[in-house]
Design a protein around this ligand. Sequence first.
Ligand code: HPA
Length: 273
Amino acid sequence: MNLFDRIQKTTEFLRSNTTLSPRVGIILGSGLGGLVDVVKTETAIPYDKVPNFPKSTVEGHAGKLILGKLGEVPVVMMAGRFHYYEGYSMEELTFPVRVMKALGCECLIVSNAAGGMHPDYRVGDIVLIRDQINLQPEQPLRGPNDERLGPRFPDMSEPFNLQLLALATEIAREQGLDVKTGVYAGVQGPCFETRAEYRWLRVIGADLVGMSTVPEVIVAVHGGMKVFGASIVTDIGIRDELNKITHEEVLAAANAAAPRLAGLVAELVRRMP
Ligand code: HPA
């Protein structure tokens, strides 16, 4: 079955399991499960029950698709995401975004844990993503293009929607949150970076680095979705005293900041233009 037909099949399956027509798709990154407690869940389906979905394997990622409401806004959420380093193909790991679009989502919200290279960043900071750099070894749009899904050569001058970025900045101010903005570089992983790599990432214009997000954003833009993204800084990569980084520390830092980011995103969805 070709990609388009698989998207249709999965979309039909989900429609037959929900009364909601989600407007917003949300990918909850590492340790950012806080929204799961805020959403009024209507249907939650483990990934292995969703036709054509890959199965999540990473510790700390639950692996279910949640259909529900944030305030009055119908949403579809991925609790647990797929990463390139796990061995999934670009097409597999971005498939859920295609399905979100086919379900009617106009907007994609992504969150992640990231290393910080900007000298002003501290562990626990929330950074709104304003641009990205693709350093993963592949492109999800490589191969024949199906015009029904999007154009062959998508414009990438505004991968993260500036209106949503402005709205989120305003909400953060109202909530008394000190947020920053930054450029996210998506790398393959699974190693964290060497000192030399963090310094190089800074030189090429990245403020943040992580192992996700970039492919999903490319596919969302291809499909004409508006994207909002935020990172939680879980480690600092550019100090001379760079310590060893562990997955446990990354999860702990992400969990500590999660409620603040969840509150911000919940309000952003409620006020979605
Ligand atoms: N590098 C890559 N991915 C990450 C990092 C990092 O420092 N922190 C959290 N995810």
